[in-house]
Design a binder for this molecule. Structure first.
Ligand SMILES: [Zn+2]
Length: 430
Protein backbone atom coordinates (compact mmCIF):
# COMPACT_ATOMS: atom_id res chain seq x y z
CA UNK A 1 0.00 0.00 0.00
CA UNK A 2 2.74 2.37 0.98
CA UNK A 3 4.61 1.62 -2.19
CA UNK A 4 1.46 2.49 -4.08
CA UNK A 5 1.31 5.88 -2.37
CA UNK A 6 4.97 6.54 -3.09
CA UNK A 7 4.56 5.70 -6.74
CA UNK A 8 1.47 7.89 -6.92
CA UNK A 9 3.45 10.68 -5.28
CA UNK A 10 6.36 10.25 -7.71
CA UNK A 11 3.95 10.16 -10.60
CA UNK A 12 2.26 13.37 -9.44
CA UNK A 13 5.64 15.09 -8.96
CA UNK A 14 6.62 13.96 -12.43
CA UNK A 15 3.42 15.45 -13.87
CA UNK A 16 4.08 18.73 -12.04
CA UNK A 17 7.63 18.99 -13.39
CA UNK A 18 6.46 17.95 -16.83
CA UNK A 19 3.75 20.58 -17.00
CA UNK A 20 6.04 23.37 -15.85
CA UNK A 21 8.58 22.35 -18.49
CA UNK A 22 5.99 21.86 -21.18
CA UNK A 23 5.35 25.49 -21.84
CA UNK A 24 8.97 26.36 -22.58
CA UNK A 25 9.51 23.08 -24.38
CA UNK A 26 6.77 23.80 -26.91
CA UNK A 27 6.18 27.54 -26.89
CA UNK A 28 7.80 30.97 -27.00
CA UNK A 29 6.49 34.00 -25.07
CA UNK A 30 4.89 35.41 -28.21
CA UNK A 31 1.35 34.69 -29.38
CA UNK A 32 0.09 32.91 -32.46
CA UNK A 33 -3.20 34.16 -33.89
CA UNK A 34 -5.24 32.38 -36.51
CA UNK A 35 -7.75 34.56 -38.37
CA UNK A 36 -10.49 32.61 -40.07
CA UNK A 37 -14.08 32.93 -41.22
CA UNK A 38 -17.08 31.02 -39.94
CA UNK A 39 -19.47 30.75 -42.87
CA UNK A 40 -22.78 29.17 -43.69
CA UNK A 41 -26.48 29.46 -42.97
CA UNK A 42 -28.84 28.32 -40.22
CA UNK A 43 -27.91 24.66 -40.68
CA UNK A 44 -24.36 24.60 -42.08
CA UNK A 45 -21.05 25.77 -40.63
CA UNK A 46 -17.76 25.96 -42.54
CA UNK A 47 -14.43 27.41 -41.43
CA UNK A 48 -11.89 28.96 -43.83
CA UNK A 49 -8.50 30.31 -42.81
CA UNK A 50 -7.49 33.84 -43.72
CA UNK A 51 -4.04 34.19 -42.14
CA UNK A 52 -1.64 33.15 -39.40
CA UNK A 53 0.05 35.87 -37.33
CA UNK A 54 2.83 36.07 -34.80
CA UNK A 55 2.06 38.69 -32.16
CA UNK A 56 4.48 40.17 -29.63
CA UNK A 57 2.92 39.07 -26.31
CA UNK A 58 1.39 35.88 -24.94
CA UNK A 59 -0.79 36.87 -21.96
CA UNK A 60 -2.63 33.59 -21.53
CA UNK A 61 -1.93 30.66 -19.26
CA UNK A 62 1.40 28.81 -19.15
CA UNK A 63 -0.10 25.89 -17.19
CA UNK A 64 -3.17 23.63 -17.56
CA UNK A 65 -2.24 23.66 -21.25
CA UNK A 66 -4.04 20.49 -22.27
CA UNK A 67 -7.04 20.92 -19.95
CA UNK A 68 -10.33 22.58 -20.73
CA UNK A 69 -13.53 23.47 -18.86
CA UNK A 70 -16.03 22.15 -21.43
CA UNK A 71 -17.33 25.61 -22.33
CA UNK A 72 -18.17 27.26 -25.67
CA UNK A 73 -19.79 26.33 -28.97
CA UNK A 74 -16.37 25.61 -30.48
CA UNK A 75 -12.95 24.51 -29.32
CA UNK A 76 -9.53 24.14 -30.89
CA UNK A 77 -6.68 21.75 -30.22
CA UNK A 78 -3.00 22.30 -30.93
CA UNK A 79 -0.88 19.16 -31.35
CA UNK A 80 2.85 18.88 -31.71
CA UNK A 81 3.30 17.51 -35.26
CA UNK A 82 6.33 15.37 -34.38
CA UNK A 83 4.75 13.49 -31.46
CA UNK A 84 1.02 14.12 -31.95
CA UNK A 85 0.87 15.23 -28.28
CA UNK A 86 -1.90 17.64 -27.35
CA UNK A 87 -0.04 20.76 -26.23
CA UNK A 88 -2.82 23.37 -26.00
CA UNK A 89 -6.60 23.46 -25.98
CA UNK A 90 -9.09 26.29 -25.67
CA UNK A 91 -12.76 27.02 -26.41
CA UNK A 92 -14.78 29.95 -27.72
CA UNK A 93 -18.14 31.05 -29.06
CA UNK A 94 -19.05 33.33 -31.95
CA UNK A 95 -21.38 35.97 -33.30
CA UNK A 96 -21.89 33.64 -36.28
CA UNK A 97 -23.44 31.01 -34.00
CA UNK A 98 -25.94 33.58 -32.67
CA UNK A 99 -26.73 34.75 -36.18
CA UNK A 100 -27.57 31.15 -37.15
CA UNK A 101 -30.68 31.36 -34.96
CA UNK A 102 -32.04 34.45 -36.80
CA UNK A 103 -34.61 34.37 -39.61
CA UNK A 104 -32.03 35.83 -41.98
CA UNK A 105 -29.95 32.65 -41.65
CA UNK A 106 -32.84 30.62 -43.07
CA UNK A 107 -32.48 32.43 -46.40
CA UNK A 108 -28.88 33.52 -46.67
CA UNK A 109 -25.24 32.38 -46.41
CA UNK A 110 -22.96 34.73 -44.48
CA UNK A 111 -19.35 34.93 -43.33
CA UNK A 112 -18.18 36.15 -39.90
CA UNK A 113 -14.66 36.97 -38.72
CA UNK A 114 -13.23 34.81 -35.95
CA UNK A 115 -9.79 34.64 -34.32
CA UNK A 116 -8.13 32.22 -31.94
CA UNK A 117 -4.90 32.71 -30.08
CA UNK A 118 -2.40 30.38 -28.45
CA UNK A 119 1.29 30.65 -27.52
CA UNK A 120 3.56 30.72 -30.57
CA UNK A 121 5.07 27.25 -31.09
CA UNK A 122 8.78 26.36 -31.46
CA UNK A 123 8.08 23.57 -33.97
CA UNK A 124 5.44 22.46 -36.47
CA UNK A 125 1.93 22.02 -35.07
CA UNK A 126 -1.39 20.61 -36.20
CA UNK A 127 -4.51 22.64 -35.43
CA UNK A 128 -8.04 21.31 -35.38
CA UNK A 129 -11.05 23.58 -34.97
CA UNK A 130 -14.14 21.77 -33.74
CA UNK A 131 -17.83 22.54 -33.32
CA UNK A 132 -19.92 21.19 -30.48
CA UNK A 133 -22.53 18.57 -31.39
CA UNK A 134 -23.90 18.28 -27.86
CA UNK A 135 -22.74 18.45 -24.25
CA UNK A 136 -19.98 15.85 -24.70
CA UNK A 137 -19.37 15.46 -28.44
CA UNK A 138 -17.56 17.52 -31.07
CA UNK A 139 -17.13 17.45 -34.84
CA UNK A 140 -14.10 18.72 -36.74
CA UNK A 141 -14.64 21.80 -38.92
CA UNK A 142 -11.08 22.33 -40.07
CA UNK A 143 -7.68 20.73 -39.66
CA UNK A 144 -4.36 22.09 -40.84
CA UNK A 145 -0.65 22.14 -40.02
CA UNK A 146 1.94 24.85 -40.18
CA UNK A 147 5.60 25.35 -39.44
CA UNK A 148 6.61 28.37 -37.33
CA UNK A 149 9.37 28.97 -39.89
CA UNK A 150 6.87 29.68 -42.66
CA UNK A 151 7.94 33.04 -44.12
CA UNK A 152 4.33 33.99 -44.88
CA UNK A 153 3.25 34.07 -41.23
CA UNK A 154 2.42 37.77 -40.72
CA UNK A 155 4.87 39.34 -38.35
CA UNK A 156 3.95 43.01 -38.62
CA UNK A 157 4.27 44.97 -35.41
CA UNK A 158 1.01 46.33 -33.94
CA UNK A 159 0.27 50.01 -34.44
CA UNK A 160 1.91 52.49 -32.14
CA UNK A 161 -0.86 53.15 -29.63
CA UNK A 162 -1.15 54.92 -26.34
CA UNK A 163 -1.53 52.13 -23.79
CA UNK A 164 -1.91 52.49 -20.03
CA UNK A 165 -1.69 49.85 -17.33
CA UNK A 166 -4.73 50.80 -15.28
CA UNK A 167 -4.43 47.94 -12.80
CA UNK A 168 -1.18 46.03 -12.75
CA UNK A 169 -1.10 43.33 -10.11
CA UNK A 170 1.02 40.47 -11.36
CA UNK A 171 3.07 39.25 -14.33
CA UNK A 172 0.89 38.35 -17.33
CA UNK A 173 1.46 34.59 -17.01
CA UNK A 174 0.01 34.58 -13.46
CA UNK A 175 -2.81 37.08 -13.99
CA UNK A 176 -6.06 37.53 -15.84
CA UNK A 177 -5.15 40.27 -18.31
CA UNK A 178 -8.06 42.37 -19.59
CA UNK A 179 -7.46 44.51 -22.70
CA UNK A 180 -9.93 47.42 -22.77
CA UNK A 181 -10.09 48.90 -26.29
CA UNK A 182 -11.49 52.35 -27.11
CA UNK A 183 -14.14 52.67 -29.81
CA UNK A 184 -15.71 55.97 -30.84
CA UNK A 185 -13.09 58.11 -29.07
CA UNK A 186 -11.30 60.74 -31.20
CA UNK A 187 -7.68 61.82 -30.69
CA UNK A 188 -8.84 64.61 -28.36
CA UNK A 189 -10.89 62.20 -26.23
CA UNK A 190 -8.05 59.98 -25.00
CA UNK A 191 -8.17 61.16 -21.42
CA UNK A 192 -11.93 60.57 -21.35
CA UNK A 193 -11.27 57.03 -22.57
CA UNK A 194 -8.81 56.29 -19.77
CA UNK A 195 -11.26 57.69 -17.20
CA UNK A 196 -14.04 55.52 -18.70
CA UNK A 197 -11.79 52.44 -18.72
CA UNK A 198 -11.04 52.99 -15.03
CA UNK A 199 -14.77 53.26 -14.39
CA UNK A 200 -15.20 49.92 -16.21
CA UNK A 201 -12.53 48.31 -14.00
CA UNK A 202 -14.28 49.74 -10.91
CA UNK A 203 -17.57 48.19 -12.07
CA UNK A 204 -15.92 44.76 -12.17
CA UNK A 205 -14.29 45.36 -8.80
CA UNK A 206 -17.67 46.17 -7.27
CA UNK A 207 -18.66 42.52 -7.78
CA UNK A 208 -17.47 39.25 -6.29
CA UNK A 209 -15.42 37.29 -7.12
CA UNK A 210 -13.47 40.08 -8.84
CA UNK A 211 -13.03 41.84 -5.46
CA UNK A 212 -11.56 38.69 -3.89
CA UNK A 213 -9.14 38.13 -6.78
CA UNK A 214 -8.24 41.76 -7.54
CA UNK A 215 -4.56 40.99 -6.93
CA UNK A 216 -4.66 38.49 -9.83
CA UNK A 217 -6.20 40.85 -12.39
CA UNK A 218 -4.42 43.30 -14.73
CA UNK A 219 -6.38 45.87 -16.73
CA UNK A 220 -4.89 47.69 -19.72
CA UNK A 221 -6.47 50.62 -21.57
CA UNK A 222 -5.71 50.72 -25.30
CA UNK A 223 -6.52 54.15 -26.77
CA UNK A 224 -7.49 53.20 -30.34
CA UNK A 225 -8.31 56.45 -32.13
CA UNK A 226 -11.54 56.94 -34.07
CA UNK A 227 -12.19 59.49 -36.77
CA UNK A 228 -15.67 60.22 -35.41
CA UNK A 229 -16.83 60.47 -31.83
CA UNK A 230 -19.68 58.17 -30.76
CA UNK A 231 -21.05 54.86 -32.00
CA UNK A 232 -23.10 53.89 -35.07
CA UNK A 233 -26.89 53.50 -34.73
CA UNK A 234 -28.07 51.98 -38.01
CA UNK A 235 -31.75 52.09 -36.93
CA UNK A 236 -31.43 55.90 -36.78
CA UNK A 237 -29.44 56.08 -40.05
CA UNK A 238 -26.49 57.25 -37.96
CA UNK A 239 -23.20 55.71 -39.06
CA UNK A 240 -19.82 56.78 -37.59
CA UNK A 241 -16.31 55.98 -38.66
CA UNK A 242 -14.79 54.39 -35.54
CA UNK A 243 -11.73 52.31 -34.68
CA UNK A 244 -13.45 48.91 -34.51
CA UNK A 245 -16.82 49.79 -36.09
CA UNK A 246 -19.11 48.89 -33.15
CA UNK A 247 -22.80 49.41 -33.79
CA UNK A 248 -26.19 48.99 -32.17
CA UNK A 249 -29.02 47.13 -33.90
CA UNK A 250 -27.11 43.86 -34.35
CA UNK A 251 -29.51 41.33 -35.92
CA UNK A 252 -32.05 44.24 -36.01
CA UNK A 253 -32.15 44.43 -32.19
CA UNK A 254 -31.96 48.04 -30.98
CA UNK A 255 -29.93 47.38 -27.80
CA UNK A 256 -27.61 44.74 -29.18
CA UNK A 257 -24.19 46.38 -29.49
CA UNK A 258 -21.45 44.39 -31.29
CA UNK A 259 -18.68 44.79 -33.85
CA UNK A 260 -18.21 42.43 -36.80
CA UNK A 261 -14.57 43.56 -37.14
CA UNK A 262 -12.94 40.90 -35.01
CA UNK A 263 -9.56 41.10 -36.79
CA UNK A 264 -9.33 44.85 -36.17
CA UNK A 265 -10.22 44.33 -32.51
CA UNK A 266 -7.49 41.69 -32.20
CA UNK A 267 -4.97 43.97 -33.94
CA UNK A 268 -5.51 46.57 -31.21
CA UNK A 269 -5.53 43.98 -28.41
CA UNK A 270 -2.11 42.75 -29.62
CA UNK A 271 -0.56 45.89 -28.07
CA UNK A 272 -0.68 44.10 -24.67
CA UNK A 273 -0.62 40.55 -23.30
CA UNK A 274 -4.28 39.57 -22.84
CA UNK A 275 -6.69 36.83 -21.77
CA UNK A 276 -9.89 38.81 -22.32
CA UNK A 277 -11.03 41.68 -24.53
CA UNK A 278 -13.45 44.45 -23.55
CA UNK A 279 -14.45 47.01 -26.19
CA UNK A 280 -15.62 50.23 -24.57
CA UNK A 281 -18.03 52.18 -26.79
CA UNK A 282 -18.13 55.96 -26.38
CA UNK A 283 -21.88 56.41 -26.12
CA UNK A 284 -24.49 57.08 -23.46
CA UNK A 285 -27.04 54.80 -25.12
CA UNK A 286 -27.94 51.67 -23.16
CA UNK A 287 -26.70 48.44 -24.73
CA UNK A 288 -24.01 45.82 -24.86
CA UNK A 289 -22.98 42.34 -25.90
CA UNK A 290 -20.74 39.56 -24.65
CA UNK A 291 -19.73 36.23 -26.23
CA UNK A 292 -17.56 33.61 -24.58
CA UNK A 293 -13.81 34.02 -25.25
CA UNK A 294 -14.66 36.43 -28.09
CA UNK A 295 -15.18 39.89 -26.57
CA UNK A 296 -17.44 41.94 -24.35
CA UNK A 297 -18.74 45.30 -25.53
CA UNK A 298 -20.57 47.94 -23.49
CA UNK A 299 -21.50 51.61 -23.53
CA UNK A 300 -19.14 53.85 -21.59
CA UNK A 301 -21.80 56.27 -20.30
CA UNK A 302 -24.99 54.23 -20.41
CA UNK A 303 -28.08 56.19 -19.45
CA UNK A 304 -28.98 53.30 -17.13
CA UNK A 305 -27.49 50.34 -15.28
CA UNK A 306 -23.90 51.11 -16.32
CA UNK A 307 -22.18 48.90 -13.71
CA UNK A 308 -24.68 46.11 -14.12
CA UNK A 309 -24.38 45.84 -17.92
CA UNK A 310 -20.58 45.99 -17.82
CA UNK A 311 -20.43 43.07 -15.38
CA UNK A 312 -23.25 41.08 -17.05
CA UNK A 313 -21.52 41.17 -20.46
CA UNK A 314 -18.19 40.19 -18.92
CA UNK A 315 -19.96 37.24 -17.28
CA UNK A 316 -20.74 36.00 -20.80
CA UNK A 317 -17.38 36.70 -22.40
CA UNK A 318 -15.08 35.73 -19.55
CA UNK A 319 -16.77 32.79 -17.83
CA UNK A 320 -19.20 31.59 -20.49
CA UNK A 321 -22.24 32.34 -18.30
CA UNK A 322 -25.62 32.01 -20.00
CA UNK A 323 -28.49 34.49 -19.76
CA UNK A 324 -30.80 33.55 -16.92
CA UNK A 325 -33.69 35.66 -18.17
CA UNK A 326 -36.73 34.45 -20.09
CA UNK A 327 -40.08 35.72 -21.25
CA UNK A 328 -43.03 35.53 -18.87
CA UNK A 329 -45.02 33.55 -21.40
CA UNK A 330 -43.81 30.84 -23.80
CA UNK A 331 -42.87 32.39 -27.16
CA UNK A 332 -40.71 31.91 -30.24
CA UNK A 333 -37.49 31.87 -28.25
CA UNK A 334 -38.66 28.70 -26.53
CA UNK A 335 -36.43 26.59 -28.74
CA UNK A 336 -33.18 28.49 -28.11
CA UNK A 337 -31.80 25.43 -26.32
CA UNK A 338 -32.35 21.76 -26.98
CA UNK A 339 -33.68 20.43 -23.68
CA UNK A 340 -32.70 16.86 -24.58
CA UNK A 341 -29.05 17.67 -23.98
CA UNK A 342 -27.27 19.64 -21.24
CA UNK A 343 -26.31 23.22 -22.20
CA UNK A 344 -22.59 23.92 -21.71
CA UNK A 345 -23.17 27.20 -19.83
CA UNK A 346 -22.32 26.54 -16.16
CA UNK A 347 -25.26 28.50 -14.68
CA UNK A 348 -28.21 26.96 -16.53
CA UNK A 349 -29.35 23.36 -16.81
CA UNK A 350 -31.85 21.20 -18.67
CA UNK A 351 -31.36 18.65 -15.82
CA UNK A 352 -29.98 16.09 -18.34
CA UNK A 353 -26.47 16.18 -16.78
CA UNK A 354 -27.34 18.19 -13.69
CA UNK A 355 -24.67 16.34 -11.69
CA UNK A 356 -22.08 18.34 -13.68
CA UNK A 357 -23.69 21.60 -12.60
CA UNK A 358 -24.71 22.71 -9.09
CA UNK A 359 -26.56 19.57 -7.95
CA UNK A 360 -23.95 18.76 -5.27
CA UNK A 361 -24.31 22.25 -3.79
CA UNK A 362 -28.08 22.03 -3.23
CA UNK A 363 -29.16 21.89 0.41
CA UNK A 364 -30.77 18.53 1.29
CA UNK A 365 -34.49 18.60 0.59
CA UNK A 366 -34.36 21.24 -2.18
CA UNK A 367 -37.37 20.76 -4.46
CA UNK A 368 -36.75 20.37 -8.21
CA UNK A 369 -38.12 22.56 -9.64
CA UNK A 370 -38.04 25.01 -6.77
CA UNK A 371 -41.33 26.91 -6.48
CA UNK A 372 -41.09 30.69 -6.43
CA UNK A 373 -42.42 32.16 -3.17
CA UNK A 374 -41.27 34.76 -0.66
CA UNK A 375 -38.97 32.35 1.15
CA UNK A 376 -37.41 30.66 -1.94
CA UNK A 377 -36.81 34.09 -3.52
CA UNK A 378 -34.31 34.67 -0.71
CA UNK A 379 -32.85 31.18 -0.99
CA UNK A 380 -29.21 31.19 -2.10
CA UNK A 381 -29.49 28.22 -4.38
CA UNK A 382 -32.25 26.14 -5.94
CA UNK A 383 -33.49 24.91 -9.32
CA UNK A 384 -35.86 27.56 -10.68
CA UNK A 385 -37.62 26.91 -13.97
CA UNK A 386 -37.08 29.62 -16.61
CA UNK A 387 -33.61 30.44 -17.99
CA UNK A 388 -31.78 30.86 -21.29
CA UNK A 389 -34.75 32.81 -22.83
CA UNK A 390 -36.99 29.78 -22.22
CA UNK A 391 -39.94 29.65 -19.87
CA UNK A 392 -40.08 25.85 -19.76
CA UNK A 393 -37.48 23.09 -19.62
CA UNK A 394 -34.47 25.23 -18.64
CA UNK A 395 -33.51 26.01 -15.07
CA UNK A 396 -31.41 28.58 -13.21
CA UNK A 397 -29.90 28.36 -9.78
CA UNK A 398 -31.26 31.44 -8.03
CA UNK A 399 -34.38 33.53 -8.21
CA UNK A 400 -32.33 36.55 -9.27
CA UNK A 401 -28.78 37.10 -10.47
CA UNK A 402 -26.60 39.60 -12.39
CA UNK A 403 -27.15 37.29 -15.38
CA UNK A 404 -30.93 37.73 -15.08
CA UNK A 405 -31.76 41.37 -14.23
CA UNK A 406 -30.15 44.72 -13.63
CA UNK A 407 -31.98 44.81 -10.27
CA UNK A 408 -29.97 41.89 -8.91
CA UNK A 409 -27.28 42.98 -6.47
CA UNK A 410 -24.66 40.45 -7.53
CA UNK A 411 -23.94 37.20 -9.33
CA UNK A 412 -25.81 34.23 -7.85
CA UNK A 413 -23.58 31.75 -6.03
CA UNK A 414 -23.34 29.41 -9.06
CA UNK A 415 -22.26 32.24 -11.38
CA UNK A 416 -19.81 33.54 -8.80
CA UNK A 417 -18.28 30.08 -8.51
CA UNK A 418 -18.02 29.74 -12.32
CA UNK A 419 -16.20 33.09 -12.59
CA UNK A 420 -13.92 32.05 -9.73
CA UNK A 421 -13.19 28.72 -11.45
CA UNK A 422 -12.10 30.60 -14.59
CA UNK A 423 -9.87 33.00 -12.64
CA UNK A 424 -8.20 30.04 -10.88
CA UNK A 425 -7.87 28.07 -14.14
CA UNK A 426 -6.07 30.99 -15.78
CA UNK A 427 -3.87 31.91 -12.86
CA UNK A 428 -2.80 28.69 -11.17
CA UNK A 429 -2.02 25.06 -11.86
CA UNK A 430 -5.07 22.83 -11.31
ZN1 LIG B 1 -26.42 33.34 -11.92
Amino acid sequence: MRKFFISIFLFLSFIAVLSSQNFNQYFTNKACRIDFHLCGDAKTTKAYIEKIKEEPYWGGRQHNLSQDLNLGEYRFQVKDSATNNLIYIDAFSSLFYEWQSTNEALKLNKSFEQSIQFPFPHAAVQISIEKRIDYRNWETLLQFSFSPNDKLICRNIPENLVVKELINSKSASKAVDIAVIADGYTATEQSKFFRDAEKLANSLFSHEPFVKYKSRINVYGIAAISENSGISKPHENDWRNTAVGSHFYTFYETRYLTSPHVFRIRDFAAAVPYDAIYVLANTSTYGGGGIYNFYALASADSDRAQNEVVVHEFGHSFAGLGDEYFKDKPDVLDDMYNTKTEPWEPNITSLVSFEDKWKADLPIGTKIPTQVNDSTKKQKIGVFEGAGYMTKGMYRSAYNCRMRTNDAKAFCSVCEKAVERMILFLTEKQ
